[in-house]
Structures are given as C-alpha cells and as structure tokens.
Design a binder for this molecule. Structure first.
Ligand SMILES: Cc1cc2nc3c(=O)[nH]c(=O)nc-3n(C[C@H](O)[C@H](O)[C@H](O)COP(=O)(O)OP(=O)(O)OC[C@H]3O[C@@H](n4cnc5c(N)ncnc54)[C@H](O)[C@@H]3O)c2cc1C
Length: 495
C-alpha cells in the first residue's frame, strides 16, 4: 500500500471526489479502488508511475462536462487520457487528481465520402478511422507507429505524426474541426468543415496543447484517397553519415516521398529476428523511401529516387515488387520500438527535430554520447522530416542507468536546439522534456505560453505541471545542469 492510501485525509478526499463523480456518472464509470486505478498509473513513459486518486470514464459529452464541473467545484486537477501510448508522460496521473479517460467515447459518428471527412469521438483509434473509410477508397493519412492503439483525441493533443506525414502533413494539417469542453463546462467548436474558419485560429492553438486547455469530445478529420499503387525502396549505406546525407539529397532533388525513414544497424539487427523484414544487416544504415500515386507516377518517382540514392553512395538498392513485400519492408520500421525489448530490458525513446542538413552531424554527436554515457542507442526515425527518435537502451535495475539515460536524452535535445532544431517533433513535452523547454525558450516565451493556458484554464486544473516549465523550475534546472548527474524529475515518484 502506498503512503498516500494510508493517509486518512487522502482517503477521505478520495471518497468525497468519487461520491461527487458518482452523482453525475453511472457507478461503473467511476474507479476509486487502488486495484482499479493502478492500470492508469503511467503511459508509454513507464519509468514514471503514479496511480490517480480516481478515474472517471464518461460515456458522452454531457458527462465530460459534468466531470469537469465536479473537478472545478472541488478544485481537483484533471488529467485527460486516451489510450495511454504517449511517450512523454502527458497522461501520467497526479496523486490528488482525477484521470478523465475517453475510452468509452469511441464512436465513429459518420464517414462522408463526398466531403471526404469523418466525424469521430476522441476515443476512436487512429487505425479504426482508416478502416471505416476503406470501403470508400479513403483513409486518414497521419499514421503514428502506435496507430493500432492510440486515439484521435491523443493524436490531437500531441499533434502526432507518422511515416506518411512528410507528404501528407501532421495531425494539425488533417483535422478540420474539434468540439472541446472547457474546464468551465462550456462546449466550444474550433475550426469548421470549410477550408477556412472565421475568428482566431484557436484550432491550431489547441492541436498539440497536451490536454492543458480542454477536453476534445469530437473531431472532424480529412480523408484522402488511397493511392492506386505504393512501392518502397530499401537502400543500404556503408556508413551512417552517407545515409544521412542521402536524405537531404532526395529532398533537394525536388522529390517528396510518401515516407522517408532511416534505421541504423543497431535498429535493423534488433528488429530483423523479430519480424523477418528482409533487411540488409551488413549495412550501417538503411533508408526506406516510399512513392505512392498512379502506376506511372510511382514508376517515375522510384526511378528518380533510386538514381539520387545511388549517386549519394547507396551500396545496394531493393525495390518492393508486391504489396506484401512493401508491407514487410515497413513492418520492421513499425515494430522497431517493441523490438528494442529483445536486446535491452528498458529503452528511453527521445524525440527531437533538426534541419535535415544537420542529420549526419547530430548522428555523429549521438555516437559520441554513447561513449560518454556508457549506453547504447538505436536510431530509427522519420528522416525526411528531420524527426529523430533515438532509443537509448538501459537497464532500470542497474543503479544509475536510468539517470544516465535521462542525462543522455537531455544532451541529445540540447544538441537538437544547438543546430537550430526543436526538442520535440511529435511526442510532446509532457513531463519528460519539461526541463528541456528551459533550453529551448526564453522566459518571455514561456510567459506567453502560460498566458494562453490561463485564458483557457484560469485555475490551472487541466494537466497542470506538464509541458510548460515555471521560471522557478528553469532556475532549478540551470543549477542541476551545472552539478550534473542529478535526476531531472527527482520530485516525481518512480516504480
Ligand atoms: C510503440 C509506439 C510508437 C509510437 N509511434 C509514434 C509515431 O510514429 N508518431 C507519433 O506522433 N507518436 C507516436 N507514439 C506516441 C503516441 O502513440 C502518440 O503521442 C499518440 O498520439 C498518443 O495517443 P493516446 O491516445 O495514447 O494518448 P494518451 O497517451 O492517452 O495521451 C496523450 C496526451 O493527450 C492528452 N489527451 C488524450 N486525450 C485527450 C482528449 N480527448 N482531450 C484532450 N487531451 C487529451 C493527454 O492528457 C496526454 O497529454 C508512439 C508510441 C508508442 C508506444
């Protein structure tokens, strides 16, 4: 039993909040026993865990508003949660808070093949949208590797990306409208179904706001026609630097591939025994470059890409000859994160974005950090977007390894900022990168973010202490960086 549950004041507070929620929700939609709330204790950043005080599972929008009303009245912080696949701790609970899960808001309201849109509730899985649109020859383009599980509500809150976002854009480019319940219990509509919406573009502010401004209760997404054909090139490189430079060469040649991903040798060797994708295991790096469109377009683009890649130093090139082979080539990339578990007890997935021209420099810097921190790192990432995903491999049971992995990750992000990039590309800030925000932004910029947060959530009840660091925290972080070796989130509970 944790200290908190043994505390009578906490137990009383838990009972009061659960009773107030049971007054507005059916009893099966409120969880307050530790054995029921434990499954919500973390998201994909599983090094940090904290069971919530109570979990609320509203079944419709009016119940979402009622939950927020209760929390506002009782001054209880609220952490929204979709599928809990987030990698930056955005859905990690607060000890004295309520987790508001959207699991029961999982209805596809309608698919409109004429408008090429779908209206869905927030708990609908990303892949389920494409499955519902498939009979009309349409699909939803942003495709996080977690798409089998993650929800559109989580995608909106994180502005999620995926393999196809280089050509088709991130969530922000594919969402037309969102219904949102504010902490005041008001329902507001952001955006619209037309190309432009009047008023301030609050939809763009909301997308990527990590559950800090309101609860998304309905989303209208764009659907795009399924391309007639898609083929993928697998290009091998004898060294990582040549592979990284080839990425910039493809884009500089005026080609926008449907996907342009890179895997280093550690990644391809870790995933190959798992999915048998047919990867070149002797290559120091492989690139996967996809073309989609009509048969003519694809043949032309594949030929042009192959020429650029050869010219850039590719040691071997294979092109998928069937849909089955194309999916097999991608299966390795899509399963790389889970495959990390085959070679390491734990991994820490970083997410930073850099200008493409700096890829080789940053990968070389990461290789030096492997030596500095005595930890291995697998690189598998959206190379075309310059969006890195270093997987730092460590063993949480070894003293100090988690702390070293975190310091390694913070150094990578600092390097991303130093070359003109950003500390996130698609996984959000959450608790994971909150200190790195101090590296990226000036105090005046952080103050502007807080002003937006206060405008939506004056009592700071929605996902507080995530994503935007206070100036005090940044001052503390500055001191910690000087002394080094101190855990970035020493105040947070661990398992
Ligand atoms: C194996 C794996 C691969 C991944 N690959 C990718 C990838 O390729 N691209 C990518 O972008 N991400 C990727 N991710 C990260 C993650 O899947 C995405 O961030 C995803 O959007 C999270 O969705 P979710 O439903 O799990 O949200 P959660 O993790 O539950 O929540 C994420 C954030 O959204 C907020 N939130 C959730 N629902 C709502 C709502 N209705 N209203 C307001 N706020 C809400 C939460 O408070 C939290 O801050 C990957 C994760 C894993 C585990």
């Amino acid at each position: 039993m944790s200290t908190l549950t043994a505390n009578p004041d906490f137990e009383q507070r838990r009972r009061d909040v659960a009773a107030a929620l049971c007054a507005v929700l059916p009893p099966h939609c409120v969880l307050s026993r530790l054995e029921d709330t434990r499954p919500y204790e973390c998201d994909g950043l599983s090094a940090y865990r904290q069971p919530p005080m109570v979990v609320a599972l509203p079944e419709d929008e009016s119940q979402v508003a009622a939950v927020l009303e209760v929390c506002r009245t009782l001054n209880v912080p609220v952490v929204p949660r979709g599928a809990g696949t987030g990698l930056s701790g955005g859905a990690m609970p607060i000890a004295q808070g309520v987790v508001l899960s959207t699991a029961k808001l999982n209805r596809i309201v309608r698919v409109d093949p004429y408008a090429r849109t779908a209206v869905v509730q927030p708990g609908v899985r990303n892949l389920a949208i494409s499955e519902a649109a498939a009979p009309h020859g349409l699909y939803y383009a942003p495709d996080p590797s977690s798409q089998i599980a993650c929800t559109i509500g989580g995608n909106v809150a994180e502005n999620s990306g995926g393999v196809h976002c280089l050509k088709y854009g991130l969530t922000v480019h594919n969402v037309l409208r969102a219904r949102v319940v504010t902490i005041e219990g008001d329902v507001i509509e952001l955006g619209g179904e037309a190309l432009d919406a009047p008023g301030l573009d609050l939809l763009a502010v909301f997308i990527g706001s990590e559950g800090m401004l309101g609860i998304v209760t309905e989303v209208t997404v764009k659907l795009v026609p399924k391309p007639a054909v898609a083929r993928v090139i697998m290009a091998s490189f004898a060294d990582v630097v040549t592979g990284a430079n080839a990425v910039a060469r493809v884009i500089a040649a005026g080609i926008i591939p449907a996907g342009l991903e890179m895997m280093d040798q550690t990644s391809s060797r870790m995933v190959e025994p798992f999915v048998h994708a047919g990867y070149d295991l002797d290559a120091a790096a492989i690139l996967l470059c996809e073309a989609d469109g009509t048969l003519d377009e694809v043949e032309d683009e594949i030929a042009r890409m192959a020429a650029v890649l050869r010219d850039a130093g590719a040691s071997a090139i294979a092109v998928s000859t069937s849909e089955e082979e194309r999916l097999r080539f991608w299966s390795g990339r899509k399963n790389a994160f889970p495959a990390a578990g085959r070679i390491s007890p734990d991994y820490y997935c970083m997410d930073g974005t850099i200008p493409r021209k700096n890829l080789a420099q940053v990968l070389a810097g990461i290789a030096q950090m492997e030596v500095k921190y005595g930890l291995r790192c697998a690189n598998v990432f959206h190379a075309g977007d310059g969006n890195l995903h270093p997987l730092i491999l460590f063993d949480a049971n070894q003293p100090d390894e988690l702390a070293r992995a975190e310091a390694f990750g913070a150094d990578i992000l600092a390097l991303c900022v130093a070359v003109g990039g950003t500390i996130t590309g698609e996984h959000g800030v959450g608790i994971e990168k909150i200190d790195s925000m101090c590296v990226q932004f000036k105090p005046a910029e952080l103050a502007a973010f807080f002003a937006v947060k206060r405008a939506f959530d004056p009592l700071a009840l929605l996902n507080p202490d995530k994503a935007i660091p206070t100036l005090h925290r940044c001052a503390e972080f500055g001191r910690m960086r000087v002394t080094n070796g101190v855990l970035p989130h020493a105040n947070l509970p661990r398992f």
